[in-house]
Design a protein. Sequence first.
Length: 544
Amino acid sequence: MINYKSSIRAIFTTFVILCFVPGVYSQLTYYNTISTASTSFVSDLEGRIRSPYTRIPYDNFDETNIANFASIDNGNGTRSVFCVYSGYEYIYSGIFTWGTMSREHTWAQSWMPNASTGSDQYSDQHHLFPTHNNNANGRRSNHPLGIVLNVTYQFLEGKVGTNANGQIVYEPRDSDKGDAARALLYMSVRYDGLSGYTWNFNWLNNTKLPSLSEGPQEVNILLDWMRQDPPDKWEVDRNNYIQSIQQNRDPFVDHPEYVNYIDFNTLTKLNPVYSTEPANFVTNFNSSVTGNSIHVNWNDATGAQLPSGYLLVAYNKNNYFIPIDGSVYNNDTNLSDGYSVVNIPYSDANTYTFNNLIQNNSYYFTIYSYNGSGSQINYKIDGIVPQTNSTVNSGLAAEPTNYITNFASGNVTSGSIQLNWSDAVPGSQVPSGYLLMANNHNSFTPPSDGVAYPDNTNLVSGNAVVNISYNAANTYTFSNLFSNTNYYFMVYSYNGTGSQINYKTDGTPPYLSIITSGSASNMSSVLLDNFNRSNNNVLGATVL
């Protein structure tokens, strides 16, 4: 079963209508010299990820990766860092410091042929991840990664125990299994043969791990995890960030199919056979909303090699995963639970509808062309992969496009204020009315969509709300006010009625501050006593 990542990763991302997905971003030309058909594929790939390369000191992981990628701003003065193995959330304020959390070497330091702390491999951020120090990093220790059948220790989603062969292994949470596998496979290719040291898995399993009294790191498990937990947007974004400071990339994130061409036990080339890759993606990929349904549409891909079908991937957050050649993804059409995968034959209609979606949720769609079936299926993932997104609203009326203009005071007296304006420019959606809010304390709370506010015209109480029809006169007067008092006014355009009312609150709503004049008014007190008379200490004994 494919793991489509935890919702935590959605926090890192923002969305676009059509975006660079796998095989692009800053790596659009990174793999131009790499061909899986070449007999020198493995050595070419080694050369590609080794140069250019800039070592970032191990001690700078917090100032670089933690500060600029791995930590999440919670919006309340704190930030969060998550343990990749267990899912533990570490919340901190100010500057991040090590202690509760540590930097985990996915390829354990004790596994390295040359474990110098000043070496490239020790500091390589492609295999460094934040983990809980005592309960994840310390518990993983030197153990290979594997499937735990008999648990001896568990911390949240990470656990230690024995596998089917009775060997001690560490099993990370499902959403990290593919990430960890890609990091280990990257390290093997990146450092094998440098300075005369061997990094293939034959050496690791037959020489190094036995010397540590550990069982083997099973390559087949890593390859299984690669397929079960394919690369997602978070990993591509992380690859982009690491390249921005370290200059190289993990190729198994961008091109997960590369693992099928390498025997990692010996680091020699394999020659799997797949169907011919489709020449192109679909075009005019778009989505639209009707009620609680989203309709996705496209024009068929063209070119020298037509696809036999499309893989449509959908999420309820800004995410995608990269399909891997030779892996078949079973249909899961229930997007209401957060994700969906649909195989659509090339001969079918160029449309698909997702039903029963959640109101006020945004949904994101990615579509890949593929050719072939079963173990020979070949996905097109390079270039600009089509994406689209739509939001299912809650049945609200369409939001007005604009606010009123020329909002100004008219006649102002000691007891009244007249307000005048010009109607909102219609734009794509004309308002059905305006909500005029007024008070004497200059504190406004924007109205909430779906809530109709009843009129309260008694501004002398300190607050007032008035609904004014778009078709009414563009003026309103508040009366019976206090003299020489500052009053404040704000106007929100809205459309619809009742539970469907939709207010325009973005941008800057029209605002006024007006002071009534200081003359006497029916709300002013006039003293009738003559305070200049000789007996002015006797209230009421006025001499006229």
